[in-house]
Design a protein around this ligand. Sequence first.
Ligand code: DON
Length: 328
Amino acid sequence: MLGKSCPAGYKKARKGTGRVDLQAIVDDIAAAIAAQTDRGAVATYIPGLAKVDPQRFGIAIATADGAMLTSGDASAPFSIQSISKVFALTLALGKVGDQLWERVGREPSGTAFNSIVQLEAEKGIPRNPFINAGAIVVADVNLGAHQPREAIGEMLQFLRYLAEDDSVHIDEDIARGEQDTGFRNLALGNYMRAFGNLRHAVDLTLGVYFHQCAIAMSCVQLARAGRFLMFDGRLPGGSRVVSPARARRINALMLTCGHYDASGDFAFRVGMPGKSGVGGGILAVVPGRASIAVWSPGLNANGNSTLGTMALQMLAEATGWSIFQPHE
Ligand code: DON
């Protein structure tokens, strides 16, 4: 699949007026994805994810001019999993600011999302906030002086606010599955606690982490929630969520670390800051232009959505939205 370009048809959407017909592009992408036979493998470590139909596909694009373009299962909630790490990081930076970087790095790991190997040599400081170890430290910061229930409630409220939708919720079945099978995450938490890099009891911090992974959102809700990252930290109405510098830095981390050991390949193929989750979702940001969510549950060997990545590559090729392409 490496280097696969757009099937014929995408470029057609530009013909005639020279303007991009985004809805035509989105519909063409959905049709091309529906025709794919190699869909990757749905995550099976918990029953709640294993039962998801691999044929499902959704795409939603919130554009800078306020439009929302959708195709496929764009309104169906799915488990956002590691995409939650973007919003958890945003909250943690709001609480402790740059002090966070004393406990978490900002470098790509080049290892799997749940890897433990670097923690020994790097004294319990995870490489970045998007690998599991880093997200567990972020969850520890967000727990702060709260009870786990309050910390996860705060996260949920934040996502409901950004998505302008109170139906964003936690899938309790998925949360239980994470808790029942999260031995490796517990190992990461205990290991970091041994280095003094967790402030709370490991089971409390992990309770926050497991529940944030179990948040269910649709592509439409996620695309809305990502808008502050396309608007330099502001919402469309002008309310500020984070400073411009912080929004740019979160985007930088998404580009360099958002797809684990496949972050380079995602930047190469798509050229947008993006964050994946093992539920098959990807949130991608085109600063100044769009916040995009795609969902296809089948994963590649790195735990990133196979066809979600392909859909974003098609979108980037059809629109010229790679951040590396000069914008007029
Ligand atoms: O920590 C875990 O194992 C999962 N709940 C989340 C991992 C995840 O989404 C990794 N992303 N591709």
